[in-house]
Design a protein around this ligand. Structure first.
Ligand code: GDP
Length: 193
C-alpha cells in the first residue's frame, strides 16, 4: 500500500502534526521513546496511509542503547519499505534545528537530521522537510536559508519549495506541507502511468 512516512526527533511536534493531518488525536506528551513500532493511519482525502515512525535522538530519561535501537529500527523499516514509501516527511523544530545541527557537526559527527535527510534521499524517497513551530521564529527567511545550507541545498530556500515546507502544526498552519506532499504524490502517480 502507498504510504507517506513521518520521521523526526522527539518533541519536534510530530504527534501534533499527525493530528492535523489525519484528524485523529494522538497521545502527546507521553513517555518519550515508548512508541517503538510504526503506527499507520489513513490520510483523509488522499488514498494513502501515513506512517508515524518513532521519534529519535535525545530524549530525557531514555537510555542511549534504547535510543540507538530506536534509530536502527527506523532505518531498517525505511530500507525494507522504501519502495512503498512515496514521500517522507522529515519534521524539524524551526526554533532549535540550526543550533542542534551546529552543535552536533564535527569531523566525526553528522547530526541526526542531516543524516536522516541524506539517508532518505539515498533510498530514492522524495523527502519534504516540514519546518515546524515557525510561529516561534522571527527571522523566517534567514532561518530557512540556514537550514538549506546545513542540508546541502543552495540557498535561498524559496528555490526549494518542493523540499522545504515551513509550518506551524499547533496553529493548524500546514498548507505548505499539504501542497508539497500532494505535488510529490501526483508526480509519482503520473510516473506510474
Ligand atoms: P513529538 O514528540 O514530536 O510528537 O511532539 P509533540 O507533538 O508532542 O509536541 C511537542 C511540543 O511542541 C508540545 O508542547 C506541542 O504543543 C509543541 N508544538 C507542536 N507543534 C508546535 C507548533 O507548531 N508551534 C509551537 N509553538 N509549539 C508546537
Amino acid at each position: 500500500e502507498a504510504e507517506v512516512a513521518l520521521v523526526g526527533r522527539s518533541n519536534v511536534g510530530k504527534s501534533t502534526l499527525m493530528r492535523e493531518l489525519t484528524g485523529h488525536s494522538f497521545d502527546t506528551g507521553g513517555k518519550p521513546g515508548v512508541t517503538r513500532e510504526p503506527n499507520h493511519y489513513d490520510w483523509g482525502p488522499e488514498d494513502f496511509v501515513i506512517t508515524d515512525l518513532p521519534g529519535f535522538g535525545f530524549m530525557s530519561g531514555v537510555h542511549e542503547d534504547h535510543r540507538e535501537q530506536i534509530k536502527t529500527n527506523i532505518v531498517r523499516y525505511l530500507e525494507e519499505y522504501a519502495e512503498h514509501v512515496l514521500v517522507a516527511i522529515l519534521v524539524v523544530d524551526g526554533k532549535s534545528v540550526i543550533d542542534i545541527i551546529d552543535r552536533h557537526s564535527g569531523p566525526d559527527e553528522i547530526p541526526y537530521d542531516v543524516e536522516m535527510f541524506h539517508f532518505l534521499r539515498d533510498l530514492g524517497i522524495p523527502t519534504v522537510v516540514a519546518v515546524n513551530k515557525m510561529d516561534k521564529v522571527d527571522d523566517r527567511d534567514e532561518r530557512l536559508d540556514d537550514l538549506c545550507d546545513r542540508l546541502g541545498l543552495l540557498p535561498p530556500w524559496k528555490q526549494w519549495q518542493e523540499t522545504i515546507a515551513p509550518i506551524s502544526a499547533k496553529n493548524g498552519t500546514i498548507d505548505p506541507l499539504n501542497e508539497t506532499v500532494r505535488d510529490h504524490l501526483h508526480e509519482q502517480k503520473r510516473d506510474d502511468l
